[in-house]
Design a protein around this ligand. Structure first.
Ligand code: PLP
Length: 367
């Protein structure tokens, strides 16, 4: 049989997402309405009303192509984050920004540095361009930035840092990132992936955009999928100086962000009330989940995102076994065996009743 495509593409293990509600209902003979999905770090509040309204306004123009330069959305981002519009790249989700960075900056055979247990898209983006991954062992489930800086090879072109990280929920302090940026050679581009930054309490925040002004080799990526509640629309963005932004814009699809997504994102960006409500709900849900873990004697990794990684058992079958048992009870969480964490599961923080359904199901299963 003919093998199509390069070896490095055939070697890619496809991304495993959270199971959709409809699929679990079909597979396990359950009522969709009774299923709780806490598998993809989605916002349990649902789409903001402000975004829904903005999309309704945009329906009439759907026969037309979207604005390929995202004038309104870039304008809104520029205003909110005090950066020029030509420092902004819009993406079909921030996933798009991560892939664009790899495609624009790395050639086959060159290397990309990222941490063990970091976001699954980093290996995918690396492998898709035929690059070599330098995976740096994690330190207490989080990024070891000093080791990552030390791991940079002469052919390294890109270094990914997720802060907070998914699926572990760990965070590194702003000062540590500042120290990393000082150490990284100017020929290596750092992608600082801040998909969960909106959930951080004030005392843990840091000003990543001041680093973008300082370092021409830094891309900060953000998403509308988590705290802004627009995961299904696929919209995110990267902020970098024009030397990088210009490259990303050359290779992106001209219409990579659809018009409904652009309209919804503009509205969400200024919806402070929704953002605050999201963060508040997340804080309360984190207390609810971790209190239950503590009372059940279940180990978990302290999280700064909208999800918690917890230990399902001590053997390497535990994650898959407890995941299946939860599915049968209509609770969808995320197995993380593909991250090298087969004893663990990741649960997204939901509404209070969703968290309670998960906790009750887990109590039933683990006795
Ligand atoms: C969810 C997530 C993203 C982005 O998701 P998009 O929906 O593509 O914007 C990026 N990085 C991390 C670490 C994530 O967890």
């Amino acid at each position: 049989m003919t093998n199509f495509g390069p070896d490095y593409v055939r070697a890619i293990a496809p991304y495993q997402g959270g199971k959709p509600i409809a699929e679990v209902a079909r597979e396990f003979g359950l009522d969709e309405a009774a299923i709780v999905k806490l598998a993809s770090n989605e916002n349990p509040l649902g789409i903001p009303d402000s975004s829904l309204h903005a999309m309704q306004q945009a329906f009439g123009e759907l026969a037309r192509y979207p604005d390929s330069n995202g004038f309104d959305l870039k304008g809104a981002i520029a205003q909110k984050f005090h950066v020029p519009t030509d420092w902004i790249t819009l993406g079909n989700g921030s996933n798009d920004i991560l892939e664009l960075a790899a495609r624009a900056l790395v050639q086959p055979g060159q290397s990309v540095v990222y941490s063990q247990y970091s976001f699954a898209v980093y290996p995918l983006a690396t492998q898709a361009v035929g690059a070599r991954a330098i995976v740096v062992p994690a330190k207490e489930f989080g990024h070891d930035l000093a080791a990552m800086a030390a791991a940079i090879a002469p052919d390294t072109k890109l270094l990914f840092v997720a802060n907070p990280n998914n699926p572990t929920g760990t965070i590194v302090a702003g000062e540590q990132i500042a120290a990393l940026l000082k150490q990284v050679p100017p020929s290596v581009v750092v992608v600082l992936d801040e998909a969960y930054t909106e959930y951080l309490p004030p005392e843990l925040r840091y000003d990543a955009l001041s680093w973008v002004r300082q370092y021409p080799n830094l891309i900060v990526s953000r998403t509308f999928s988590k705290a802004y509640g627009l995961a299904g629309l696929r919209v995110g963005f990267g902020i970098a100086q024009p030397g990088i932004t210009d490259l990303l814009n050359r290779i992106r699809q001209p219409f990579n962000v659809n018009s409904l997504a652009q309209a919804a994102a503009v509205a969400a960006l200024s919806d402070e009330a929704y953002l605050q409500k999201s963060a508040q709900l997340n804080t309360e849900g984190y207390q609810q989940l971790t209190a239950a873990f503590k009372s059940m004697g279940i180990e978990f990794v302290p999280s700064y995102g909208n999800f918690v990684l917890f230990r399902a058992g001590d053997d390497d079958g535990a994650g898959a076994r407890v995941n299946l048992a939860l599915l049968k009870k209509g609770v969808i969480v995320r197995p993380v065996g593909n991250y090298g964490l087969p004893q663990w599961l990741r649960v997204s923080i939901g509404l209070p009743n969703e968290n309670a359904a998960f906790i009750n199901a887990l109590k039933d299963i683990l006795g």
